[in-house]
Design a protein around this ligand. Sequence first.
Ligand code: UTP
Length: 292
Amino acid sequence: MKVTKAVIPAAGLGTRMLPATKTVPKEMLPLVDKPVIQYIVEEAVASGIEDILIVTNRAKSAMDDYFDYHPELEHRLEAGGKAREAETSRAVADMANIFYVRQKETKGLGHAIWRAKRFVGDEPFAILLGDDIMYTEQGAPALRQLIDAAEKYECSAIGTREVPDDLIVKYSSLRIEQLEERVFNILDMNEKPTLETKLSNYAIMGRYVLTSSIFDILENTAPGAGGEIQLTDGMRTLLGRERMVAVDFDAKRYDTGNLRGFLEATIDYALRHPDAGEWLRGFILDKAEKLK
Ligand code: UTP
């Protein structure tokens, strides 16, 4: 099994980040000096992905423009002796082969993934949610850890993380049994459980490697929680037909789709930034002193 294609669903409405996301896609909000989606594309490329499909909608064409050349800007920068800045702009467009498809109606994550059917064909493929950023300081990127497990066990692999009770009810829960450190066999899963119906506190988290069997299943999956076609419902059917494993990947996860997660990511990435990090550290310490 070799995984070279990835899908980034980015057609959600981003209602938790309004009013910023009324006209700017939440995937295009800047995290320090790059939009959120660039971190995700970088993780995919660093994990060995060559072709990426971004699922967008009619309000999100800023993403297509971002991963394109901008000749007027780049010529102007070069003429002004700013070759490095021009190269930074062009490098974004050369990171990977990026394709786009529109989700014409916002019918849920499962529906968005189903739009990737023709792009993916018969191969296993990766999914990276458009607002979940996974930071690894060293070692393999989060998606690579999933691909390694998928290749080892020759099956689908999905990301998981143990979360407290107040969060498990917002995610999907898994029933699992341990195979090795950080890798589990999946026995069952359910979407947005209650504390009574949760299968464990292991939640499905932001990254997936799935076999292409998911597409026929999604085509026949009825709307579930919230009236949307849920990827978890489709994967549950897949689990009835094929083995699936879960990987408790070693990475720090930021959910940039809600205000607190976005602020946390902004501060952490700014502190790591080579130009701004030291200055920000001093600013925060000074501020903290005054807030005491
Ligand atoms: P979220 O629920 O986190 O995104 O979906 P959302 O719907 O934009 O968020 P809120 O609740 O309104 O703030 C998880 C992922 O699935 C994508 C989103 O873009 C996000 O990456 N998604 C969701 C779609 O592509 N299409 C959909 O119909 C729904």
